[in-house]
Write a protein that binds this ligand. Structure first.
Ligand code: SF4
Ligand code: SF4
Length: 338
């Protein structure tokens, strides 16, 4: 493995002063790349492994500065009856490393989602926040899926842990066990997503997976073809069991509540039984929201979850009661006590 791959990676955001993803005040680091592509994902710019153009048509003056700046011929103007706009050859952009288009745009219509950073530079950046974390605060890796870049995530976690920084990770569960195993000694808390236990519904977790997604050793040396009916649920559950056994820190399962997909009594029942079988007992409900919808437009992607309703408070309370009656401590939204 190249040294650069061990010590550099791609992220798309850093947010300070978060109080929802771990104890105290935290700095969140959003990693690029995910082995899933849930139809409701609120961070679609975290799915692709590489930086990509975010294009806001409403601010574009069509002055063509970006078209002239791009050395790869990846941009064209699409004529439309109502309004012309730019088209990006995103397969070409995925191989770009100059991103001249964005620096040529003076209208705030074009940005690049994601950038490359080294472990050292990222550490120096988050370290500036340390004075604000207070007792118990620290960093949380999220995304995307932090372990989509396993060596980068491992090296960054180790660096922080050895500097006595509290480390938390939010993970989708669908990575090779070896990536978790190596990193567990350097993690204090884990938020582990359990979206459904029903294999027959697993397609919605890879719903809009692009055929141009980067082949990667997320799952094994020979990953199954995720485009031909592969559903990752058994891998996710096996990882959850093993983390519950081998990880001494706090493990909180997270259930995004998607009405009509996973909020039925059977799935809640099965999820509660599964959590109990791992020996852990905490779940955090994350109600569906549509705040990420606009970002799909910027990426020229379809938002498949438009017609899904946001769960009503009463529905969330009912689910929480169901978990509690089955012996699982359940927190709604940001109510998780840290
Ligand atoms: S990201 Fe690179 S390839 Fe894509 S439009 Fe911009 S300059 Fe061209
Ligand atoms: S440079 Fe900016 S404003 Fe001009 S055409 Fe490109 S995206 Fe639109």
């Amino acid at each position: 493995m190249e040294q650069e791959e061990l010590t550099t990676g791609y992220i798309f955001d850093i947010q300070g002063f978060s109080v929802h993803d771990g104890p105290g005040c935290r700095t969140l680091i959003f990693f690029k790349g995910c082995s899933l592509e849930c139809a409701w994902c609120s961070n679609p710019e975290g799915i692709s492994f590489y930086p990509e153009p975010l294009y806001r048509n409403s601010k574009c003056t069509l002055d063509e500065h970006c078209i002239n700046a791009c050395k790869h011929g990846a941009i064209s103007i699409a004529k439309n009856e109502t309004c012309d706009h730019l088209n990006f050859r995103r397969d070409i952009c995925a191989k770009c490393n100059t991103y001249d288009c964005a620096s040529a745009c003076c209208s705030d219509a074009l940005k690049i989602g994601g950038y490359k950073v080294s472990v050292d530079d990222l550490y120096n950046r988050i370290h500036r926040d340390r004075q604000y974390w207070g007792e118990g605060g620290g960093i949380t890796l999220t995304g995307g899926e932090p372990f989509a870049q396993p060596e980068f995530a491992f090296n960054f976690l180790k660096h922080c842990y050895e500097a006595y920084i509290h480390t938390a990770v939010e993970t989708c569960g669908n990575v090779a066990w070896s990536h978790y195993k190596k990193a567990l000694p350097y993690i204090d808390w884990i938020f582990f997503d359990l979206k459904t236990l029903d294999e027959s519904r697993g397609d919605l977790l890879t719903y809009s997976r692009s055929p141009s997604a980067r082949p990667h050793d997320l799952l094994s040396a020979s990953p199954p073809d995720r485009l031909s009916g592969y559903t990752p649920i058994s891998n996710i559950l096996e990882n959850a069991r093993r983390i519950a056994q081998e990880f001494p820190g706090r493990l909180i399962f997270r259930l995004p509540v998607i009405p009509g997909f996973n909020d039925d009594a059977e799935n809640i029942n099965n999820t509660a039984s599964f959590i109990r079988s791992t020996g852990r007992k905490e779940v955090n409900l994350l109600p569906l929201h549509h705040l990420g919808r606009e970002k799909y437009n910027l990426l020229d992607k379809q938002y498949y979850t438009n017609n899904f309703n946001i769960p009503a408070n009463g529905n969330l309370e009912n689910i929480a009661q169901q978990f509690k009656s089955l012996g699982i401590t359940c927190y709604i939204g940001s109510e998780t006590p840290f």
